[in-house]
Design a binder for this molecule. Structure first.
Ligand code: FAQ
Length: 328
């Protein structure tokens, strides 16, 4: 567990002993100068490992994140909502491809990443393991999950690894469209009929805890933050992103006449910090380790998609290979 500057030194003394100290010092000087590290540049193995883990997890989150909203495309109220949601879901899948490409520059093949996802070895964002029961759930995701993602992604886009930052710049531009679409959807329900307002409020009651988990464990117990921030992979801490999200969106939620299921949620007038009930990190741990309401369903969908798409990849990648008929 890294916590506080001296733990970084302690980690360096253990996890970096095999690295060439001169090259490591040059690398860290480049990071301190704000230079971008490119795939062919020298980098410590721990930098490569941490970046691969984080970018791969981000890519998985995008492609799994498309699933709860994807189920609402055919049921979205009206043609315009269907069109917009279809475009958004296509964008999210495209973000995954951008991120898998960025992760591949670090040496892990896409097929291996997808296999690790399907086998539960790699993680993806906690929030996509909850069911989208109503249309209001889809609206919550489109507005506030995208909003949370933008807070975190804008920060990370100013980081040190070139391919990741360039992918994030492209992604953030599209996410800002998603945010406007999602906000429009929530406003429509929150200012609509009594049934619509109640449906929106009920969605907020269910999604608020997973949303507070979304930014990761508090800085006190975050495992990777110290090293990721030292090497400018992560430009804001989990708590900083959570605070920024609360500051930007709680007033907007309240002005719609919606409430949030946390009686301790308030902005401290002295410090400007948002106070809130400490999220249940045991639930978080269960969900990110495969025991959430939808983990199994999400991975099963990815597994079927992978199996059904195998023949296309074979045809494209190895035209002379024996033809494998698609699953019935
Ligand atoms: N869910 O030490 P930390 C999106 C894990 S994009 C699951 O704080 P770190 C777009 C973490 O892996 C999705 N696991 O870790 C969209 C580690 O476990 P490990 C979100 C989580 O990496 C919108 C352990 O807990 N954005 O939503 C989560 O420094 C709408 C200890 O945690 C990104 O992925 C979590 N929420 O900080 C799509 C951006 N939080 O690996 C469709 C890139 C933590 O040791 C619809 N990622 N863990 O086994 C990051 O910025 C960071 O990885 C964090 C976590 C902030 C997510």
């Amino acid at each position: 567990m890294y916590g506080g500057g001296n733990s970084f030194e302690a980690m360096k003394a253990t996890a970096l002993t095999d690295e060439d100290p001169i090259k490591l010092a040059e690398f860290e000087a480049r990071i301190d100068r704000g230079e971008k590290i490119e795939p062919s540049d020298w980098m410590p193995q721990l930098y490569r490992k941490q970046l691969t883990r984080m970018i791969e997890q981000h890519a998985h989150s995008e492609i799994i994140g498309a699933l709860p909203e994807g189920t609402w495309i055919t049921r979205a109220p009206g043609f315009k909502r269907k069109l917009a949601l279809m475009a958004k879901v296509q964008d999210e899948v495209g973000h995954a491809q951008l991120l898998y490409s960025a992760a591949e520059t670090l040496g892990k093949p896409r097929e291996e990443m997808i296999t690790d996802l399907i086998n539960g070895k790699s993680k993806y964002s906690n929030i996509f393991n909850y069911p989208a029961f109503t249309w209001a759930d889809s609206c919550f995701i489109s507005w506030l999950v995208d909003a949370g993602a933008i807070v975190n992604q804008i920060a990370n886009s100013k980081g040190s690894y070139g391919p990741y930052c360039r992918a994030l710049e492209r992604i953030c531009a599209e996410e800002s469209f998603h945010l406007k679409y999602g906000h429009h959807c929530v406003i429509h329900l929150a200012t609509g009929t009594k049934v619509q307002r109640e449906m929106m409020q009920e969605a907020f009651n269910r999604w608020w805890t997973p949303m507070m988990h979304f930014f990761g464990p508090s800085d006190k117990i975050s495992v990777h933050s110290e090293i990721l921030m030292r090497w400018k992979v992560k430009m804001s801490s989990n708590d900083e992103c959570r605070q920024q999200f609360l500051d930007m969106y709680v007033p907007k939620i309240w002005e719609l006449g919606l409430t949030l299921p946390d009686e301790n949620l308030r902005k401290d007038p002295e410090t400007g910090e948002w106070q809130f009930t400490e999220p249940d990190w045991e639930e978080f741990k269960r969900v990110i380790n495969g025991d959430g309401p939808c983990n199994k369903e999400r991975l099963a969908v990815r597994r079927v998609a992978e199996e059904r798409g195998a023949w296309v990849r074979q045809a494209l990648l190895a035209p002379k290979a024996k033809y494998v008929a698609p699953l019935a």
